[in-house]
Design a protein around this ligand. Structure first.
Ligand code: HAM
Length: 420
């Protein structure tokens, strides 16, 4: 089979860069574990309804970007375009709302969107996702946002911004929506934009075309039309964020691509990434559970794009996740030495020492090159003459010092030496 490549919009993560990918995953998730979030896994595919009802029938994600297929049993399934709806489905199915609240969850994994690929935008990508379910408390909103910031800070990122707004809720959004529709009605918009305005007028605010933006200067904004309760909620969130030392930019025109958001809504953008600058985003979604047929419970969370965060790390020139390498490397010359090498490496690994050897019968020169590349601090060379004398040569790569060690003591000596 020749000529096969990864599908359009996907890519492979290979060593040594993959170490950085792992480091990003690890660093973004560590703050969640420290804050009491529990790890969850849900399937990569769900019944299509989980997303059509959860993410929203009018979103681009649902109408244009889902990988939907009928399985052999005739069920309509969809590869998850995001992780929140599936987590909420699991939360409802396992009746987690009947336990202690909030239920704090995190997960990491693949998401799939049939988008036009470009730098930072892929058809298969990885998200770290966290959700705090069952409690509507502004302090919890602040915790969630602050944990997102923490992950980026722990990576060493500085050139990013938190965009924050409130999208209101059922007590004020319908009235605001009417005002916005009335405003948009009076504008000079093309047919398609008008249709878009009918389905979701908020999204017109996000239209990037200058001829549209020019007409939106005076458009009514949700934050100016919040009900007393949602305003009080938003004020409290900001107070807690300030107390936590988190800074933000008010983003009254922030529009998210998913329909479930209410009240606190946010995005993390990085300034070194060009068009696809969002490295994460999230918000409160107090209607999602009910939309999926569950109890009326609230939730808030975010997802961070691991791939884009890695691009941000590269854009800032940060060095993270150096290749692990090994501590000890064994170079056998000849068949008999090979048996000894395989045994020695096995013993070292069992004892928790990172060790490796060469395979495929390479000569001394090639083997020493491999030892060098391995990053090992200690190399054992076992030549035929050494074996005849019952020793191996133990070399400290940092000092260049080398001396013979009796075969029976090699394991202990290497173990002790790498620990120094
Ligand atoms: P989202 O804004 O659609 O939110 O995606 C979150 C992040 O995933 C984005 O900020 C971006 O970094 C990354 N991302 C999205 N699409 C792509 C793509 N095509 N290629 C590469 N990276 C991408 C959500 O998915 C919500 N479920 C977040 C959430 C959790 N809201 C509440 N809880």
């Amino acid at each position: 089979m020749s000529g096969l490549t990864a599908p359009k919009g996907t890519f492979d993560v290979l060593p040594p860069e993959s170490e950085r990918f792992l480091a990003v995953r690890e660093t973004l998730t560590a703050p969640l574990r420290r804050a009491g979030y529990g790890y969850v896994e849900t399937p990569v595919f769900e019944h299509t309804e989980v997303f059509s009802r959860g993410v929203g029938e009018s979103t681009d994600v649902v109408t244009k970007e889902m990988y939907t297929f009928d399985d052999r049993g005739g069920r309509s399934l969809t590869l998850r375009p995001e992780l929140t709806a599936g987590l909420m489905r699991a939360f409802i199915e396992h009746r987690l709302h009947t336990g202690a609240l909030p239920v704090k969850l995190w997960t990491i994994g693949s998401a799939f969107r049939y988008e036009r690929p470009q730098a930072g935008r892929y058809r298969h990508f990885t998200q770290v996702d966290m959700e705090a379910l069952g409690v509507d408390d502004p302090a919890l909103d602040a915790e969630v946002v602050a944990l997102g910031v923490q992950g980026f800070r722990d990576l060493g990122l500085t050139d990013f911004e938190l965009l924050l707004t409130s999208l209101g809720d059922a007590t004020c959004r319908p009235q605001y929506r009417e005002q916005l529709v009335a405003y948009l009605d009076k504008l000079d918009l093309d047919e398609e934009t008008r249709r878009r305005a009918e389905i979701n007028p908020l999204r017109v605010l996000d239209d990037k075309r200058p001829e549209v933006q020019a007409q939106l200067d005076e458009a009514p904004l949700m934050v100016d039309h919040l009900s007393d309760s949602t305003r009080a909620h938003y004020d409290a969130v900001r107070q807690h964020l300030a107390d936590l030392g988190v800074t933000w930019t008010e983003a009254p025109r922030l529009v998210r691509g998913l329909d479930y958001y209410t009240k606190t809504t946010f995005e993390f953008v990085h300034n070194g990434l060009g068009a696809q600058s969002a490295i994460g985003g999230g918000g409160r979604y107090d209607g999602l559970s009910a939309a999926l047929g569950g109890p009326d419970v609230s939730g808030i969370g975010y997802a961070v794009g691991v791939d884009r965060t890695l691009l941000a790390v590269q854009a800032e020139g940060l060095h993270i996740g150096a290749a692990a390498g090994v501590q000890a490397f064994v170079v056998p010359l000849g068949e008999e030495a090979r048996r000894l090498a395989v045994r020695l490496v096995g013993q070292l690994r069992q004892a928790g020492v990172a060790a490796d050897t060469v395979y495929g019968g390479r000569g001394l020169k090639g083997a020493m090159k491999a030892a060098d590349r391995s990053g090992a601090s200690h190399v054992v060379v076992i030549g035929e003459r050494d074996l005849a004398e019952g020793v191996g040569q133990l070399k400290d790569m940092r000092t260049g010092e080398q001396h013979p060690v009796p075969v029976g003591e090699l394991f202990e000596r290497v173990r002790a030496s790498v620990g120094e």
